[in-house]
Design a protein around this ligand. Structure first.
Ligand code: NAP
Length: 512
């Protein structure tokens, strides 16, 4: 047997120590400090730590902390946060086989349980004035989930459906996504139930300033670096950053996704969508296929959807749909670059609805009140859900697969329900979950932080090359775990992210 590897026959899981060697920065750093500290000795260290526990306590932990025994109380405690519970359950499905590992299993179990509780959650009121002079009150949150790998990092969402539970699910996902990027970033998410739709520019600015009046107390270049998400684009980041600068008297670049002129990075707007398509390209080509000429559905028409569609067109794929919350545009033979420009113009400049587009020729049809995934006769090769959580349920996924779907690449966070994911596993569909597939955005945010720190601006070509490299490195990590553990790419992504965070938390003495 290879001495680097350890096989647990009971679960068919091969624990590949080389993964830790190559990818866990903390292990490498530790190796410099302690030349004798090789992966084997980490294993021994974990074993001896466990042996030092009083026997009763060790047994108690084992008895009390079964995964189901943990998920049930979690479900009771957070019954009002269903999408957070969904995110934990999806992750649990992938990582529980690790708990059978003879040496580290008990540690992994405890680590996972600890990781489901945020380090802290800040909730606050946001008082702002509308154009009529009326006072409005919204709720705001920042869920600082896990800072083991670096400062908290993750977007802000402004949408009427935002609750603490939604931000907890997004923060939980962000922790593992950021770990996969290989950059030193912890995970967080924040936002408000404020609805930017239909608001004037003045109202947006006043709301952003009021939101930052509280958030400023909790963020900073080495503590917590927010970015955008649904409802928070360059305009909002500009206003938030403006108020941050006024209040903090600091110019450390806190907040990423800034307009270029304020220290933003080239290609940050494109990064999430481009990254998702680069990931799809890598995965499809790995299986001997190509995106060229393939029928791809994109949902949403916001930041991620726009640039996923653009890169698909660039690569010769056929973009069959784009959508917003009112309906879907279907491009029967694929969207042209001219049509893409029209969509972007209406979304970015006019902030309008797809229904107002005058694209109607024989190639195009607008279908009101339907997402792409609800269209009965849609024949697709690949799906790129890029709008929001739980867009594709079990019934839709089943039908899409029956109609010929062979791959799903998630630009959005958790766009597939647990039932939808079950179909993907059962039918062995090529599937890269959001935390790996949409990590290009936060990666370029990490590059923005580096450029700000160095007072440099990288060229488009430099950022694009680094983005491609990062997506390839993420794919390699999940593929390594997949190969080692004979699991799916979905499980590989979840396990690779989890193992990194668990190791960092152990090294910090945050779990033992
Ligand atoms: P965005 O620019 O605000 O666009 C969101 C798009 O999704 C819009 O077309 C919107 O339609 C649609 N949408 C939102 N909520 C919806 C709902 N409940 N039902 C149907 N459609 C809905 O946001 P984004 O930045 O592209 O983010 C999209 C997804 O990607 C989110 O899941 C986000 O968390 C994820 N993500 C974003 C980034 C990033 O860098 N921006 C990075 C990683 C992941 P309407 O205009 O009609 O609301």
């Amino acid at each position: 047997m290879n001495t680097d590897s350890k096989t647990n026959a009971a679960v068919g899981y091969k624990f590949d120590r080389r993964f830790h060697d190559r990818d866990a920065l903390l292990v490498q750093m530790d190796s410099y400090a302690h030349p004798t500290n090789n992966p084997q000795s980490i294993e021994n260290e974990e074993k001896s730590n466990r042996e030092e526990l009083p026997k009763e306590l060790a047994l108690n932990l084992r008895e009390e902390v079964t995964v189901e025994g943990f998920l049930d109380p979690l479900r009771r405690r957070y019954a009002h946060q269903p999408v957070f519970l969904q995110a934990v359950e999806e992750m649990a499905k992938s990582v529980t086989p690790l708990f059978e590992d003879e040496v580290n299993g008990e540690f992994y179990k405890r680590a996972f349980l600890v990781m489901t509780e945020p380090e802290r959650t800040i909730s606050f009121r946001v008082l702002w004035q509308d154009d009529r002079g009326d006072m409005k009150c919204n709720r705001g949150w920042r869920v600082e989930f896990n800072s083991a790998l670096g400062p908290f990092k993750g977007g802000l969402r402004f949408h009427p459906t935002v609750t603490e539970g939604v931000l907890k699910f997004l923060g939980f996902e962000q922790v593992f996504k950021n770990a996969l990027t290989g950059l030193p970033m912890g995970g967080a998410k924040g936002g408000s139930d404020f609805d930017p739709k239909g608001k004037s520019d003045g109202e947006i600015r006043r709301f952003c300033e009021a939101f930052m009046n509280e958030l400023v107390k909790h963020i900073g270049g080495n503590t917590d670096i927010p970015a955008g998400d649904i409802g928070v684009g360059e305009r909002e980041i500009g206003y938030l950053f403006g108020q941050y600068k006024k209040l903090s008297n600091d110019n450390d670049g806190t907040l990423t996704g800034k307009p270029l002129i304020l220290g933003g990075s080239l290609l940050r707007p494109e990064a999430t969508g481009y990254g998702a398509v680069y990931m799809a390209q890598i995965a499809v080509e790995r299986e001997g296929g190509t995106l060229k000429g393939k029928r791809c559905a994109v949902s949403g028409s916001g930041n991620v959807a726009q640039y996923a569609a653009k890169k698909l067109i660039d690569l010769g794929a056929k973009v069959i749909t784009m959508s917003d919350s009112n309906g879907t545009l279907v491009f029967k033979n694929g969207m042209t670059l001219e049509e893409w420009n029209t969509v972007v113009e209406i979304k970015q400049k006019k902030r309008g609805r797809l229904s107002s587009l005058k694209l109607c020729d024989q190639n195009t049809e607008y279908i009101a009140n339907h997402s792409p995934w609800k269209l009965r006769d849609l024949k697709l090769d690949y799906a790129f859900p890029c709008a929001t959580q739980n867009e594709i349920n079990g019934t839709s996924m089943d039908r899409l697969i029956d109609n010929g779907l062979v791959g799903v690449f998630e630009g959005a966070n958790l766009p597939t329900t647990l039932a939808g994911q079950k179909h993907l596993r059962e039918k062995k569909i090529l599937y890269i979950p959001g935390k790996a597939c949409n990590a290009g955005g936060v990666s370029v945010s990490g590059f923005e932080m580096s450029q700000n720190a160095m007072h440099l601006i990288w060229t488009n070509e430099e950022v694009d090359a680094k983005l491609k490299e990062t997506m390839q490195a993420i794919y390699n990590q999940i593929d390594n775990v997949k190969e080692g553990g004979e699991c799916t790419l979905e499980e590989g992504a979840n396990r690779a992210g989890f193992l990194k965070v668990a190791l960092a938390m152990k090294k910090l003495g945050w779990i033992w």
